[in-house]
Every structure is written in structure tokens, then in C-alpha cells.
Design a protein around this ligand. Sequence first.
Ligand code: CA2
Length: 150
Amino acid sequence: MNRTVLILNGPNLNLLGRREPEIYGRESLADIESAARARARALSLELDFRQSNSEGELVTWIQQAHERCSGIVINAGALSHTSIAILDALLACGLPVIEVHLSNIYRREGFRQHSYVSQAARGVICGLGSEGYLLALEAMAKLAKAAGKG
Ligand code: CA2
């Protein structure tokens, strides 16, 4: 059975830990990846962890996930608020999707309070920093089990 979870990170998340620590925390994306790998291992999940600054690349990866993965955890960064292309790809892929944001987007500027990604998501986790990625993996393990892949 396929137990690979794809974690996708959108534009500027490669800058984590270097600027705006009061909003996004002090951990780098590499730190988040290490913690996610440890949690995935504990949950007997395979992990494919990626970041891109390109909307098109993210769309291509979502399309390819249909064949390879059991679910997608996505922090699409600012593209969450703008990208119908990512929404369409997520809806088309037919996989369970969990949306993650490090910050609580509902306590921030109005333009961050709507996410297209949410319309394709089984669940949304925001405001819990990097812990959100780990909680999303826990939820994915339960979804895989419910779908008979656990
Ligand atoms: O809270 C989140 O996880 C966000 O998805 C992060 C995005 C932001 O556009 C979303 O509204 C909420 C920003 C990605 C990281 O941007 C950085 C910019 C400078 C320094 C560090 C990170």
C-alpha cells in the first residue's frame, strides 16, 4: 500500500528562520523537514518534502502525486490566497489534502484571511507554527488507516 505523504511548501518558505521570526518562528525549513521526517517515521509513513517558489512547479508536483502518494500536506504560502491553479490541481488529484499555515492567518491582514486551498482541504491547521506540520502527519496517518492503507 502507498504510504507516501507529500509535504509541499510554497514561495518564500525557504527563507524561514532568517526574517520575521516573531511571525514565523526561528526554525528553518530544514528544521521543519527534520522534525517531519522523525514524525513520519514514527507513524510508518514515507515522506516527500518539497519547496518551490514557482506556482507551475507546485501544480506539476500535485498532478504527479496522484500516482505516487496517499495524501498531500500543503503550505502554499502566499499562493494560498491567490492561486486557482493550485486549487484546481488539488481538486483534480483526488487525494486527501491538509492545509497548514505557520501563522494564524485569521489574526493577520484581510488579504490573508481567504485561502483557495481551503476549498480542497479535508482540514486546515494554522497558528501553531511548525507543530502544524506534525499534527497534519498524525491526521494523514489516521486517514490512511481509515482508507485501509494503515
Ligand atoms: O503562515 C503561513 O504559513 C503562511 O502560509 C506563510 C506565507 C504567507 O504569505 C501566508 O499568508 C501565511 C509566507 C511564507 C514565508 O515568508 C517569509 C518571508 C520572510 C521571511 C521568512 C518567511
